[in-house]
Design a binder for this molecule. Sequence first.
Ligand code: SAM
Ligand code: DTB
Ligand code: SF4
Length: 328
Amino acid sequence: MSEPRHDWSLEEIQALFALPFNDLLYRAQCVHRAHFDPNQVQVSTLLSIKTGACSEDCGYCSQSARHDTSLAREKLLPLEEVVAAARAAREKGANRFCMGAAWRNPTDKNLERVIEMIQAVRGLGMQTCVTLGMLTPAQARRLREAGLDYYNHNLDTSPEFYGNVITTRTFQDRLDTLAAVREAGINVCSGGILGMGESGTDRARMLQELANMPQHPQSVPINMLVQIEGTPLYGTEELDPLEFVRSIAVARILMPRSYVRLSAGRNEMSDEMQALCFLAGANSVFYGERLLTADNPGADHDQALFERLGLRMEQTELEADKALCCGP
Ligand code: SAM
Ligand code: DTB
Ligand code: SF4
């Protein structure tokens, strides 16, 4: 197996996008099979632990205080509510619990409250992920010490298109947070959003930025824009679904060992479109009826889909250990 590359040129990536669809999917499927069980998906459940009233102006987001989206605001949730949600997610089969807060960045006081949540969720035998905005290197180290498994912070789009979507923090700010997370030894979860009106070159550039990081993010969420009324991006022309599938395939080829997550927007996708995304190398999803504020297919729908496709959900470590020592 060859070592993953970190020197992809834009031309090479554009040449992948330009392949005939069948050739591209075949290449992606070969890469996928060389590194992963092709019939297994990792499932993460999301919970918004602090909702709305965010100071940032991200053009896609329901939670920005600058957009009129009629979203109910909520302060940081009490610990017991978070643990109850994580337990329910575990019972439905999720092996990772991802907690998101509508902050530009957490204060050190906020961080200590979130750490209590991380420790309680780990206590349930689940992997933990949080997405809290920008972090300082010291905050990233504090999260690592507390046992956090993954930190999600997306590039969102290409550096060139970025200013059309967000003005209150820079693309470089995002790279700095990701470097702090990586250097603290936390697994990086980073990807972006397609369907925001970006060009094909922007999609290729975003994937190039992700693939040419010093280490590939362990997890790469590819979101389809969920159009939210009242946000500046509401009404954007929809992306050709096959172009979305191609982007998943290219992500798989560029980052062969990363989990590529078919993320937001599944509620608006047909089962057949999702099946194509799995064929293109997606091997992770957000699972449960809500993302942070938007709807997601319910667990029942997903279980039926996995059944139809013969996909198995990755287990928690505890379940995997039990299966090893006690048999089926
Ligand atoms: N406030 C933190 C931040 O921005 O880093 C954490 C939460 S934020 C909601 C996490 C990510 O969700 C964003 O970076 C974006 O990629 C994704 N996201 C938010 N709203 C979305 C939407 N309407 N459609 C698709 N993805 C979205
Ligand atoms: C990611 O890439 N997508 C998730 C998670 N990371 C935090 C969030 C999707 C949000 C979709 C819109 C909403 O629920 O408000
Ligand atoms: Fe705030 Fe995050 Fe939404 Fe941007 S994406 S407005 S930082 S919650």
